[in-house]
Design a protein around this ligand. Structure first.
Ligand SMILES: [Zn+2]
Ligand SMILES: [Zn+2]
Length: 267
């Protein structure tokens, strides 16, 4: 459908086209060391099968502790989500009960974070079966210096609906409204729209969220699947909530055509 060149980008008119439903969780930070308890962190224990950032992952015989595909050292566990706890709209993107993200700090820090298909990270879906214990290679250390390994885990709970808006950048708004930002006149109207969004405090949600619009750290970008389809964000891990590798914001993206998962970062 051709759009009129003179189309107005009056905020109230275009708002329904900009608004997307996102889901944001309650994050509960937990430690097992009373010294680390503060306003934001409560005393507690880890839960292998919970949706969380950090702590110990759920591992099974079918899904053991993974190693880096580049340097072969054990990957660091970053995140797992429970499919059954997600809002129904998001459940369709997962095939198994757990979605896990692991990360090699060494390989991902040296530029690997920009490659969605890097072997320095692993996204996998795991059925919730019989758990096996996580590796206990640091057992001796724990006896001598228990403080070094205080539990630090953030549970992801209670997803709730929130309205989300694209970044107030000309390119993002043009993409959201499916117009070309080539003409100066269109750019000016999009800039006016961006100002109106700022005034109305319509923002792109930061932190952890499902769906919605990406909160770009730098230029907007898209990831294409190996099957050529444009991949869609499943979850955003904003820097305010979780630091992965060198920092920045990380997204797990899924292919709507073939279901493949990948991730990408912006720093
Ligand atoms: Zn590595
Ligand atoms: Zn695909």
């Amino acid at each position: 459908m051709a759009k009129k060149q003179t189309e107005s980008f009056n905020l109230e008119d275009v708002r329904p086209r900009l608004e997307r439903t996102a889901f944001v969780p309650t994050l509960v930070a937990v430690t097992d060391d009373p010294d680390y308890v503060d306003d934001e962190t409560v005393l507690g224990v880890d839960d292998l099968a919970a949706a969380k950032i950090g702590g110990a992952p759920f591992l099974s015989k079918e899904a053991p502790a993974p190693k880096c595909g580049k340097c072969k050292q054990p990957l660091r566990f970053v995140l797992q989500l429970r499919r059954s706890e997600l809002p129904p709209a998001a459940q369709a993107t997962l095939a198994d009960e757990l979605l896990q993200l692991f990360w090699c700090d060494d390989c991902q820090s040296s530029g690997g974070a920009e490659d969605p298909w890097s072997k320095g990270a692993l996204i996998r879906e795991v059925a919730l079966g019989e758990p096996i214990a996580p590796a206990t290679a640091n057992l001796e250390d724990e006896d001598e210096d228990a403080d070094a390994d205080a539990l630090s885990v953030t549970f992801i709970r209670d997803w709730r609906e929130a309205q989300d808006y694209p970044s107030p950048l000309v390119e993002s708004l043009a993409a959201a409204l499916e117009v070309s930002a080539k003409s100066e006149a269109t750019r000016e109207r999009l800039e006016t729209l961006a100002e109106a969004m700022d005034e109305a405090e319509l923002e792109t949600l930061d932190g952890v969220k499902l769906g919605g619009w990406p909160r770009w750290v730098s230029e907007p970008e898209t990831v294409k699947c190996k099957c050529k389809a444009v991949m869609q964000p499943v979850i955003q891990l904003g820097e305010s909530a979780v630091v992965v590798g060198d920092g920045g914001t990380t997204w797990i993206v899924a292919c709507p055509a073939c279901g493949k998962k990948a991730y990408f970062c912006q720093q």
